[in-house]
Design a protein around this ligand. Structure first.
Ligand SMILES: [Zn+2]
Length: 254
């Protein structure tokens, strides 16, 4: 089958970000089903299950909270289902949606929050994968409607930079998705006020890695606050980190 042959042989190797050419991708339902059941997509489903286990083990997913998505063709996104614990997902739980959020393959209902992921992917061409979770310390900042402190940890400046803050709106609505999508143009990590965190990257492992990074930053910031506060470095010193951030391919924010 044409599309399946074009899919990378392994998502754990060089093609895990699923580069595709304009116009490429399965068109008919038969092609979509073949792609959904291909070896490459199966491997990506397994990777998402593994990341779900890691995320759950780190206490980032209460109940069935959180979700993952990966754009695998121009109009096809692999995403996690709703009403399933992210720590106990199976490859057969995953589904395909198109860029309008309509399910096109898979037996379970797609996550309602995929609209926010798609809103980022539609606007930001570098975004091929999104991760959403409720890690407790970063979510505490989101519940308070606050961004984490800047200029306290050089690694966070390099990997995360300025966090976007999406004002509260009803979860699962297009209104909220559009607010998040606009912020995704300038921020690779967005706090959804009164809700949780969403990160994006060129591949799903990196998106999850950003989730871990921002949660660690929020955790240590809260502890630092408890023992007397932060020692911040200057904006001038922070600017010296920008070439490192650029060399790693993160979004330009300045
Ligand atoms: Zn959520």
């Amino acid at each position: 089958m044409k599309t399946a042959k074009k899919a990378p042989e392994t998502v754990l190797g060089i093609d895990k970000d699923f580069m595709w050419a304009p116009g490429e991708g399965p068109q008919t339902q038969e092609e979509i089903d073949d792609f959904f059941n291909s070896a490459a997509i199966h491997e990506l489903k397994q990777l998402i299950c593994e990341l779900g286990r890691r995320s759950y083990a780190k206490n980032y997913n209460d109940g069935n909270g959180g979700n993952f998505s990966v754009r695998v063709a121009k109009n096809v996104v692999l995403c996690t289902p709703t009403m399933v614990s992210k720590g106990f997902m199976k490859p057969s739980d995953m589904c395909f949606v198109n860029m309008n959020g309509e399910k096109i393959a898979g037996s379970r209902r797609r996550t309602s929050e995929v609209l926010a992921h798609l809103a980022i992917m539609k606007r930001q061409p570098l975004a091929k994968a999104c991760c959403h979770a409720h890690p407790p310390h970063a979510t505490a900042f989101a519940l308070a409607g606050k961004k984490p402190p800047r200029n306290v940890n050089p690694e966070t400046e390099i990997f995360i930079g300025d966090v976007g803050l999406a004002p509260y709106d009803t979860p699962g609505t297009q209104r909220l998705a559009d607010k998040i999508g606009e912020l995704g143009l300038k921020h690779d990590c967005i706090f959804m006020v009164n809700h949780g965190v969403i990160t994006w990257a060129s591949d799903i492992e990196t998106a999850f890695w950003k989730m871990e990074n921002v949660e660690a930053h929020c955790y240590t910031s809260i502890i630092a606050q408890a023992i007397g506060g932060f020692q911040q470095f200057s904006d001038e010193k922070a600017k010296e980190l920008l070439p490192i951030r650029d060399s790693l391919g993160f979004v330009e924010q300045y």
